[in-house]
Ligand binder design. Structure first.
Ligand code: GDP
Ligand code: MG
Length: 795
């Protein structure tokens, strides 16, 4: 390796011996490192005195801006300097006594841009190189062991540009000397900028290298060479959109004739001077599984300062997970190496098991998915490309006309199956739970314990447990759609529509999951790279009617809307979606003013998921729900039971009277003024309060408060339904009307999601946003219900 690239003739801080001084001309490196170093005072034009620089010894001690600091050798090596002659006056002043030639040298170095040309063989690098440097300046040759590169120097717009023509490669792995050479150059010889030359006529293959560069995270400009060929073929490329999605400048070029070469040089200077406005650093999203592995390895890497300075942490993590031998060896000396390697190895083993394939194939499949998605949105081929079977389905599934109707059909099938298929196990569970309650009730003597177990725990937790089959089936569908690759298509189809409301197609997946449960949905927003998109999605997820609201909907719809049940139910889902849209529009106009970014929607290849994987994913998601039952719902059931059970009545009372004089009744009466304007009584108020724990609890508390047991035998829900229908007000008229029932359902739909969802929001978006969500959803629910109730009364 060492011999491959001869050092370019730059002087860095490490070259300056003890007792000498120098002036900083340029700081290399990326992101956080650059920032930290510059904060310490290492900026262009500053004078540095070397206090102690012992060869082979770390760290080196410096004096800068009147204070002593020490830097690691690896850090000091990234600071380019101009040496000052011995005996130079120590307390000089940059503008005053400094010698003119030193100032000039500093200025020259700052005005020198080293640009590495990276691209596939035959993409036109040498043509570009000759055109840019050719007639103007000298061309030098640097050779390594087996491969070599050329450096050409020329002037442009007051800058000296060193253009390095690196060997052509298809990839930046460790499999050929060319690849190793180019990668080593990019990682260890800090060019100021990488110019990625791609063959515009063969974008899919050429951009593979680009995805690796994106992972590596240098400053990038892309030259779309052979643009003439692209134009001749009749293909259309939306360069501007592609630029916005990838986050760096892309310039059409014809290196053969020189068209666009000047534009490239201009972009290079602008990027170097940080003047290019909209550049952003994007991540290729490798999907939940790989991303989880990357972040666990990256966490260990980021704990080590020297690694963080040398590599972009995400890049290093990804390479280590892929088991790159050269890069693994290069970090061997780091103290945390054993842990890091162990984490990377186990991540690799996990992924290879999950995807049943080689790690290199997994990663490259996803990279091609990224390219595929980027090009699908920007490249309109003159004739449809049918070569790739893995993507053949896309011609139908993401078709301009068929895509959306097909998506609607798939979703309809998913929800329909969830509820019809789920109804059977739900009935079995219901009778099982009722039997268990009777058995325990008969087993134990009458009294508090009996009451706690049967009315508190079994009916409380049981009332929720019956929805587990629905949830499992819904999650099975979601896992299937994710694992086959269809979910990515759904996001793709929805992207344009979602942009209208200031969101992004990728938010669509969390929304779908949100129909199952808000907690995994909120966690699924991690795939959104833009914090604004994430927060917006998180805040609107609670408006997707989660499966916990369904029992409440079903109870009231069955009781008060004998006709059009399906329609009423659908209207609630639709109103939820409507409020999500309105909320998003509102927040976009107020809190998040800047326009939504364009992102690449990855289109991974379709695969046939294994049963095992679907089961594993389904289980992962269902576990959350089970946990919720074992914790929040269990605790809430006990608390609600206790509040309704105590204080014990002194005289004989009906259960309804007992409920009213209990603590829960007192709380209900206390909050009645708040819910009265909505047409609700204290019982409804209490049930809403208990719904804070989990929405399903509303049903069980209504059961207790309206004293459902009195009317019927075992079947709780049917009895409660009849009871609700027969409740009367003081005047003997029916208390519930369809209007009142619907108002109540609107409130259920919109208010405070549940404790679990709010704590998920706090974890993912911060406490401030969680507090906002509580106030916003509940306030909205109150206002909407108030308006609906009063307008309804008028009509
Ligand atoms: P390298 O391997 O990346 O250095 O590519 P070269 O510069 O050697 O170019 C490969 C071939 O592509 C040569 O025959 C060039 O003449 C041709 N070529 C380079 N740029 C263009 C271009 O913009 N348009 C067309 N049509 N051909 C080009
Ligand atoms: Mg060449």
């Amino acid at each position: 390796m060492e011999e491959q690239v001869k050092d370019t003739e730059i002087t860095t801080l490490t070259d300056i011996p003890t007792g000498s001084s120098c002036i900083i001309s340029k700081v290399h490196g990326h992101g956080g490192f650059r920032h930290r170093i510059m904060e310490m005072g290492f900026i262009k034009g500053e004078k540095v005195d070397v206090i102690k620089n012992a060869p082979l010894m770390d760290p080196i001690e410096y004096s800068i801006m009147g204070s002593h600091v020490s830097l690691r050798r690896s850090e000091a090596d990234k600071i380019e300097v101009v040496a000052l002659e011995e005996g130079f006056h120590p307390d000089f002043d940059f503008n005053g006594t400094i010698e003119a030639h030193v100032a000039r040298e500093v200025e020259n170095s700052a005005k020198t841009i080293t640009v590495a040309l990276v691209g596939n063989p035959n993409c036109g690098k040498t043509s570009f190189f000759n055109l840019a440097t050719g007639l103007r300046e000298k061309v030098g040759n640097y050779s390594g062991v087996t491969v070599s590169s050329k450096v050409g120097t020329f002037y442009h717009d007051g800058y000296t540009i060193n253009l390095v023509d690196l060997p052509g490669t298809y990839s930046l792995t460790e499999y050929s000397p060319e690849e190793l050479y180019v990668r080593d150059y990019l990682l260890n010889h800090h060019p100021d900028l990488v110019l990625n030359i791609v063959d515009a006529g063969n974008l899919e293959r050429n951009m593979y290298l680009t995805t690796q560069l994106i992972d590596m995270n240098p400053r990038l400009v892309m030259a779309l060479n052979m643009y003439d060929e692209l134009e001749k073929s009749g293909d259309k490329l939306d360069v501007e959109s592609l630029e916005k999605m990838l986050g760096f400048p892309i310039v059409p070029v014809v290196a053969r004739t020189g068209r666009g070469v000047g534009d490239v040089l201009e972009k290079i200077v602008r990027i170097y001077r940080d003047e290019e406005g909209y550049t952003k650093h994007i991540h290729i999203n490798y999907g939940e599984n790989v991303e989880d592995c990357i972040s666990s390895v990256k966490k260990l890497i980021d704990a080590d300062q020297s690694l963080r300075d040398r590599y972009h942490g995400r890049y290093l993590a990804l390479e280590l997970i892929q088991g790159d031998k050269v890069i693994t060896k290069s970090i061997e000396s780091v103290p945390a190496f054993p842990q890091i390697k162990e984490a990377a190895d186990s991540a690799r083993a996990r992924l290879e098991k999950e995807y049943r394939g080689d790690i290199a194939d997994i990663v490259s499949d996803i990279r091609y998915g990224f390219i595929r998605g980027a090009l699908k949105e920007t490249l309109t081929p003159a004739k449809e490309d049918k070569r790739n079977l893995a993507y053949a389905l896309d011609t139908v599934l993401t078709n301009k006309y068929l895509g959306f109707p097909l998506l609607v059909i798939f979703l309809w099938v998913m929800f329909q199956t969830t509820f019809t298929l789920g109804a059977y196990p739900q009935q079995w569970l219901e009778s099982g739970i009722a039997a268990l309650g009777r058995w325990i009730g008969g087993l134990l003597p009458e009294g508090m314990l009996n009451d706690l177990l049967v009315d508190g725990i079994i009916s409380g937790v049981g009332g929720v447990l019956v929805f587990l089959p629905n949830i499992i089936i819904l999650f099975m569908f979601i896992s299937f759609l994710e694992d086959t690759g269809y979910m990515a298509r759904a996001a793709f189809i929805m992207d344009k529509l979602m942009h209208r409301i200031g969101l992004h197609g990728k938010s669509f997946i969390p929304y779908i999951i949100g129909f199952g449960c808000g907690v995994p949905a909120i966690m699924a927003t991690r795939t959104l790279e833009n914090p604004k998109d994430r927060i917006l999605t998180i805040l609107t997820i609670p408006f997707m009617s989660c499966s916990a609201r369904l029992p409440v909907y079903l109870l009231f719809v069955a009781a008060f809307f004998s006709r059009n049940q399906g329609l009423v139910l659908m209207s609630l889902y639709a109103i939820g979606i409507l409020f999500a849209i309105l909320t998003s529009l509102l927040l976009n106009k107020t809190v998040f003013k800047n326009a939504s970014d364009q992102f690449v929607m990855e289109l991974p290849p379709y695969r046939f998921p294994t049963v095992r994987n679907i089961l594993v994913h389904m289980w992962d998601k269902s576990v959350l729900y089970l946990k919720k039952m074992a914790t929040v719902i269990l605790a809430a059931s006990v608390i609600i039971w206790a509040l309704g059970y105590f204080p014990r009545p002194k005289t004989e009372m009906t259960p309804a009277q007992q409920a009213e004089q209990s603590y829960i009744g007192r709380i209900g009466h206390a909050i009645e003024p708040v819910v009265k304007p909505l047409g609700f009584d204290w019982r409804m108020g209490v049930s809403l309060a208990t719904g804070l724990a989990a929405k399903e609890v509303v049903v069980s508390s209504l059961g207790v408060l309206y004293d459902a047991q009195e009317v019927e035998g075992d079947d709780g829900t049917a009895g409660l339904q009849a009871k609700l229908q027969s409740v009367t007000d003081e005047n003997g008229n029916a208390f519930f009307s369809p209007l009142k029932a619907y108002t109540f359902l609107l409130f259920i739909l919109l208010y405070f999601p549940c404790i679990a969802a709010i704590s998920a929001i706090a974890k993912e978006a911060g406490r401030k946003w969680a507090a906002f969500s509580v106030v916003y959803t509940t306030g909205l629910a109150w206002i909407v219900s108030f308006i609906f109730w009063h307008v309804g009364l008028l009509l």
